[in-house]
Design a protein around this ligand. Structure first.
Ligand code: ATP
Ligand code: FE
Length: 335
């Protein structure tokens, strides 16, 4: 089975070729235009997808050494995401499916982040059902009970900002360029995580809240700058380490609660923020500390990519769960 995956939900145009669960190519064109605006500009994202999509798909096929006539099906991200961005991938996938006479597979982007764990990779184990997925990305923060490939139940989620936003907005307060998440991670590695304690939000059950943290960081920094205008540059590593430590603490508290509530000790992390070195380390240590079995994705399958779309498509193909030509992009879509 050869699956072509297409991802265009936000600001990365991506395409991948998957053969029986193994990745043959995984191409991502990251859009640079948004950097100077400090965030993704939807209209510009849509235009950049239109420019990138043909060369990116060509590149994915050529790196895989697969011709389009060999493809078994084409999988694309239907949502959630930015409408103008999703439309580019959706329309292209439909045309390709029609032109080649092969099945079309619509994929939920958030399910795909989780299903990335089922890509065949040496030295990587696949989670066993049922498992809990902590999905942490630019737009979502969820704890998902995964009973089967497409049987997923959100048992906790953020009431306001996503954890990726918490990283990016904190970085912005510190004057770091967008997207700041990876930079906070880098600086944090050399800092003291206990230098500046930030309060954790009080939210019932398995839900999260990150908007209060952002506000307390802002007030703290403003106060410090009044006393010492060089506070940020003199303490950047400690500030980043402290922010990251607080975020990890919030995530771990809820995960522990979810394990207790469900009795499930198989835990997978997914989404762009699962690239974070502190989170990866903490999850790894949780195996010995709490007796969990944790699954940490290969780095290239954390932030947006089409390999995850292709593997989700692969399992839909096997169960013959095809889309028809009437399928439309959806900016908001449930698990
Ligand atoms: P969604 O998947 O919810 O639609 P998205 O696709 O925009 O959102 P992803 O690409 O999955 O999000 O993740 C991007 C987010 O991950 C950004 O907020 C980015 O800052 C964050 N991120 C990436 N690497 C790291 C890192 N090492 N540490 C912290 N955050 C990171
Ligand atoms: Fe994503």
């Amino acid at each position: 089975i050869y699956i072509l995956g297409i991802e265009s939900s936000c600001d990365d145009t991506a395409s991948a070729v998957l053969h029986n669960g193994k990745i043959l190519s995984n191409v991502v064109a990251t859009q640079e235009v948004h950097q100077k605006y400090g965030g993704v500009v939807p209209e510009l994202a849509s235009r950049a997808h239109q420019q990138n999509i043909v060369p990116v798909i060509h590149e994915a096929l050529s790196r895989a050494g697969v011709s389009k006539e060999e493809l078994s099906a084409v999988a694309f991200t239907r949502g959630p995401g930015l409408m103008g961005s999703l439309l580019v991938g959706t329309s292209f996938a439909k045309s390709l499916s029609l032109g080649l006479g092969i099945p079309l597979l619509d994929v939920n982007h958030m399910q795909a982040h989780i299903l990335a764990h089922f890509i065949d990779e040496e030295n990587y184990q696949k989670p066993n059902f049922p498992f809990l997925a902590l999905t942490i990305s630019g737009g979502h923060t969820q704890i998902v009970k995964v009973s089967d490939y497409f049987k997923m139940e959100v048992i906790g989620e953020t009431l306001d900002d996503a954890v990726g936003e918490a990283f990016d907005k904190s970085a912005k307060i510190l004057g770091l360029p967008y997207p700041g998440g990876p930079l906070v991670d880098k600086k944090a590695q050399a800092g003291n995580p206990k230098a500046f304690p930030f309060p954790k939000p009080k939210v019932d059950g398995l839900n999260f809240s990150f908007s209060g943290l952002k506000t307390s960081i802002l007030y703290f920094i403003q106060k410090q700058l009044k006393e010492n205008p060089k506070f940020i540059e003199e303490n950047l590593e400690d500030i980043c380490a402290s922010i990251q430590h607080t975020i990890i603490g919030i995530l771990m508290d809820k995960l522990k609660k979810a394990v207790k509530q469900t009795g499930i000790k198989e835990i997978a992390i997914a989404g762009g923020v699962s690239a974070n070195s502190g989170i990866r380390k903490t999850l790894h240590e949780a195996q010995a500390k709490y007796g969990w079995k944790t699954y940490i994705p290969k780095f290239e399958y954390t932030t947006d990519n089409a390999a995850m779309i292709a593997i989700a498509g692969h399992y839909k193909f096997i169960s013959e769960d095809f889309a028809n030509m009437g399928v439309t992009a959806k900016a908001r879509i449930k698990m």
